[in-house]
Write a protein that binds this ligand. Sequence first.
Ligand SMILES: [Zn+2]
Ligand SMILES: [Zn+2]
Length: 269
Amino acid sequence: MKADFHTHSTFCDGKDTPAEMCARALELGFEALGFTGHSFTDFDPCGMSESASAVYRAEIARLKKEYAGRMELYCGVEQDYFSGCVPPEYDYAIGSVHYVLHDGEYLCVDWSPERTRENIEKYGGDVYAYARDYFALVGGVLERTGADIVGHFDLIRKFDELDPLLDETHPQYIRAVADALDRLCAGSKRPVFEINTGAMARGYRSEPYPSPRLLREIRARRCPIMITGDCHDRTKLSFGYAAAAELARGAGFSGQLIIKNGKFTECEL
Ligand SMILES: [Zn+2]
Ligand SMILES: [Zn+2]
């Protein structure tokens, strides 16, 4: 099934309006499209204010009517850890960590290679202390936000192909990841992880999040996955999906979740 359940529009930091995204998705034969505008925090310029969120929801509601019978549309949100609980108005939510809080300062983990180096400097050069703080938040992201899906699990490695700083085989990194997974999997419900191709579409990475190594960890814990594009540009809809499906199969997955008729539903990869 062709679909993307992680997309951004001009209501946050995307390039295209929701209407433009829908038109392109339908041309590509998509059966469903889910919008996930960034939630509001008082320090992140990408987030939608309360009034912008209301206009966003009204626009998606209008488009749902326009596309009824042709393509399923969903009004979701990408809820940042620091935005707290997902408001009940949304169809579903992706819970994401984009910042760590260090000495009272919010440090963005996915801004640029330069900013990442500055962040690590603030940790006295201890890249694994930085990773530990990041994964401590990721481990609590569903508990904190009530979201359905764990967003870009290892976003902290966004620039690692351009500027390698973190070794994911380092014992301290492995520990931080395992602690996050243990916490996410502590409840009776298995958390859903996205396989996110967004950084591939933007030329930062040759592989999606999470890395193949982490995908195997997620598979070992019997958690479901969802392939998403984190699409900010309609020309990139479904970018890298074939590669993502291949990696998922390589990690032992045979299916993924989609949203169909308003419900999370298993389908073949
Ligand atoms: Zn994100
Ligand atoms: Zn996103």
